[in-house]
Design a protein around this ligand. Structure first.
Ligand SMILES: [Zn+2]
Length: 516
């Protein structure tokens, strides 16, 4: 079979078939593609949607007040766009809510310097505004602990070594995939074996991050300052050490100590001054709100109802939660805006899909892909888990599409090891060659919500994307780093893929189920 490589066929492209079943053809509805392109490229609302999410709503740490407010908005917005069965759906007993309400850090001596940073999530605040001396404490092994015993009382600990800044990365932040790169990806026809992360043998003398914080606290230190990233002007920060293991426990939050991440330039300045033997005095105030009880974290879902196959489902989505240092524009408000805009486009062009199209804004992705995993297990089950088994919805599921590799343009679809979908996606991609959507590498990619589907052998795909933005988990992931044209194209492609998946005679074929 040959997929046309040039222009869009005039009315309806009937391609001879390879997948689905041996008797079906891969249809591309050229009229609907034209309507979707016109609506999504000439009357796009994707930047308005993502602008509200990032500028007005702001950071959306799972279960934070910010996230709850954002989820309430998402529900209302989905309803306004005409989606039905919209719900803020709890997925697990999560832990205590946590919000940063205020942060201020300054070097007072030997020179005044305002400092950029933010607290680690799930840590307590300072006791009001405090001033203290900075002390460099580089601890790797248990022997190092001895050196600092009795010397840290009331101090601001500088806990990281000097952080080299990657100057080569300075002019980047926008990297289109080259033709060679796409070709290389496609030429890797044998899926590489999954790589087990090389594990260094545990050093019995090493001090774990939790132990380090416990030591600083026992020594009476006032606050810990650290720097985990070496990018120009960027502060990267997650949660306190151990928080995933203790399940966002209020008691453990309170028992920890104030910890803040600082931008490398400001952090390094303090380290270099201290290395000259000159004292550094800082002023810091952190106010965090820690929830009183264990609460349920939620996803937000909404649907365009199907017609004759309405019990069958096609899904598209992205994670709505972000880290707390910035509004997570590329990670992953952009993905959510694309999925919602795709749904808006389909409503606007009057699509009446045969299968139900469901949009999902996941929660808890950043802490371990919890929202989508729990959703999939609850709604669809797991065929490889004899205790769980599958639900009636499992058979009726067709496919899930995800955007979460930044907010860059779609350049193809990672096939996730599924050879059966290749001819189908090739046909659906044909009308978007002009947008650079060409590649179908067999590779499996990880670390985001399509994995929750793939893990139970349901078709779940993450698009292959250009790299745009500064990356997530940082202080500068704002609206400004989004590329409007990329998001507009992505929404159009997402809408067309969801539509064609919802209209085809058969559901999207699955990989052969092999025992784990
Ligand atoms: Zn993400």
């Amino acid at each position: 079979m040959k997929i046309p490589k040039t222009a869009l066929p005039a009315v309806l492209a009937l391609l001879p078939l390879l997948a689905f079943s041996l008797s079906e053809e891969v249809r591309v509805d050229a009229t609907m593609v034209a309507k979707i392109r016109e609506e999504g490229l000439q009357r796009s609302q994707v930047m308005d949607i993502v602008g509200y999410m990032t500028d007005v709503l702001g950071p959306r740490l799972t279960l934070s007040e910010g996230m709850k407010k954002a989820q309430a908005w998402a529900k209302e917005k989905m309803e306004k766009l005409g989606l039905v069965n919209v719900a803020v759906e709890p997925f697990m007993d999560y832990g205590a809510a946590w919000d940063n309400e205020y942060f201020s850090l300054h070097m007072l001596e030997p020179d005044y310097q305002y400092m950029m940073g933010f607290p680690l999530a799930y840590t307590p605040g300072t006791k009001g505004k405090i001033t203290c001396q900075a002390v460099l404490a580089e601890i790797q092994t248990k022997k190092d602990l001895e050196k600092y015993k009795g010397k840290l009382k009331g101090a601001a600990i500088l806990a990281s070594p000097l952080v080299p800044i990657d100057l080569a990365a300075l002019p980047q932040g926008f990297s289109r995939r080259t033709d060679e790169e796409l070709k290389r990806l496609e030429e890797t026809v044998v899926p590489p074996a999954p790589r087990a992360a090389p594990r260094a043998p545990a050093n019995p003398d090493a001090v774990r991050p939790e132990e380090k914080i416990a030591f600083f606290k026992a020594e009476g230190a006032a606050v810990v300052l650290q720097c985990d990233g070496g990018s120009f002007g960027i502060v990267r920060g997650f949660g306190r050490p151990g928080v995933n293991e203790d399940k966002w426990s209020r008691e453990k939050d309170l028992a920890s100590m104030p910890i803040a991440e600082v931008t490398p330039e400001h952090y390094n300045r303090m380290v270099r001054i201290l290395r000259r033997g000159i004292p550094v005095k800082i002023e810091i105030e952190i106010r965090n709100r820690i929830g009183e009880t264990v609460e349920k974290a939620c996803n937000v879902v909404g649907e365009i109802p199907g017609t004759d196959l309405k019990d069958e489902v096609v899904m598209m989505g992205a994670h709505f939660d972000s880290w707390h240092g910035s509004p997570g524009a590329t990670d992953d408000a952009g993905g959510c805006a694309v999925a919602l805009e795709a749904a808006r486009i389909l409503k606007a062009v009057g699509a009446a899909p045969r299968r139900t199209i469901r949009v999902a804004f996941w929660g808890g992705e950043e802490q371990g892909i919890h929202g989508s995993r729990e959703y999939v297990l609850k709604h669809f089950g797991d065929p490889r888990d004899p205790k769980k088994g599958v639900t009636p919805e499992y058979e009726k599921f067709s496919v899930y599409f995800n955007q979460d590799y930044g907010a860059g343009a779609f350049r193809g679809v990672n096939l996730q090891g599924n050879e059966f979908v290749r001819p189908i996606f090739a046909a659906w991609m044909a009308p978007f060659r002009d947008m650079g959507l060409t590649a179908l590498p067999i590779q499996s990619v990880g670390s985001t919500d399509h994995v929750s589907f793939d893990r139970v052998n349901l078709p779940g795909f993450q698009f292959l994307q250009d790299r745009v933005g500064i990356g997530g988990h940082a202080n500068m992931d704002f609206y400004d780093t989004l590329v409007p044209e990329d998001l507009m194209k992505n929404a159009v492609i997402m809408a067309s893929f969801a539509y064609h998946a919802a209209m085809s005679d058969a559901r999207i074929p699955r990989k052969t189920l092999v025992a784990k």
